[in-house]
Design a protein around this ligand. Structure first.
Ligand SMILES: C[S@@+](CC[C@H](N)C(=O)[O-])C[C@H]1O[C@@H](n2cnc3c(N)ncnc32)[C@H](O)[C@@H]1O
Length: 274
């Protein structure tokens, strides 16, 4: 959805309290937002500028903001567990998702990563996503449309990607610039990737455990179609800066998962890297 200088009906808004906690609502004329026994009419927000301070019925003040994509994904309804913004940020850079790129993704889950991909490829690009669960696909579609509005360059198919990647455009099987997987058994998809990914294209998968990484890398090596295979994880540590109390936060997301990136090369070339 195009960002407007003032809040509109149908728009997603986050109310932020004094402790920085965020509460999500979708503006609708006549509705009321309720929190801890206090309320505010959506009509009191519609037409107000982004960043405005509002007062609830009991006197509590909150800041009303258009959520960033990262804020939105952490508060949107979920089917599957979403990728954290720290990982999405890394995926977009390490898979080098560029404006105009054609990207294949599976599974779509709640669509946190899909939203990042759609933003990165822009209007000239294309995202094709497979999701095997119908209920997750429905939630994903709603999450995407609530944030971006209708998207013409997104194609969601309810399919099992273990059976193959065969997206046809004008009767010809489409070859993608990027293939990105966030599902439990990427090694079952890897044998299909060489035919779906153009030479020089980038494969990236995300898995939470070490045995999954090992199986994935071994599957990539077996194809002899990939080089520059790398695996890494991302740790982000927030800091508390408050007067003389300058220290890392006491809590952090210490583990989410491992990314494996590989470059599609001419078949038969010896893989370089791991
Ligand atoms: C961890 S979730 C993906 C989360 C997503 N990246 C996000 O950020 O919201 C994994 C998804 O993969 C889907 N999945 C698992 N195996 C699949 C398969 N063989 N084909 C298609 N989708 C699959 C699951 O149903 C689930 O929705």
């Amino acid at each position: 959805m195009q960002r407007m200088p003032t809040f509109q009906s149908g728009q997603r808004v986050h109310l932020v309290d004094k402790k920085g906690r965020q509460y999500a609502l979708t503006l609708k004329a006549g509705d009321r937002f309720q929190h801890s026994g206090e309320t505010i009419a959506h009509d009191d927000l519609i037409g107000r500028p982004d960043g405005t301070t509002v007062r609830l019925s009991g006197g509590k003040t909150m800041i009303a903001l258009s959520p960033t994509l990262a804020e939105y994904t952490l508060k949107m309804p979920r089917g599957a567990q979403v990728l954290y913004p720290k990982d999405i940020a890394m995926i977009l850079t390490w898979a080098d998702v560029y404006p105009g790129a054609s990207v294949f993704e599976a599974g779509v889950g709640s669509a946190a990563l899909t939203l990042g991909l759609l933003r990165a490829v822009g209007d000239r690009g294309r995202v094709v996503s497979y999701e095997k669960r119908e209920d997750f696909a429905r939630i994903a579609m709603k999450n995407i449309e609530r944030f971006l509005g209708p998207v013409a360059n997104f194609h969601l198919a309810q399919r099992d990607v273990h059976e193959g990647i065969d997206w046809e455009v004008d009767g010809t099987t489409h070859v993608f610039d990027r293939v990105i997987l966030d599902l439990p058994e990427p090694w079952n998809v890897v044998p299909h990737v060489p035919d779906a990914l153009r030479s020089g294209g980038i494969y990236l998968s995300f898995v939470p455990t070490v045995p999954q990484v090992v199986q994935t890398v071994e599957a990539l090596q077996r194809t002899r179609a990939f080089g520059l295979i790398e695996t890494f994880e991302t740790l982000v540590r927030h800091w508390n800066i408050d007067g003389r109390s300058v220290r890392p936060d006491l809590r952090m997301i210490a583990h989410s998962g491992f990314m494996t990136v590989a470059r599609r090369m001419e078949k038969g070339d010896a893989p370089v890297g791991q």
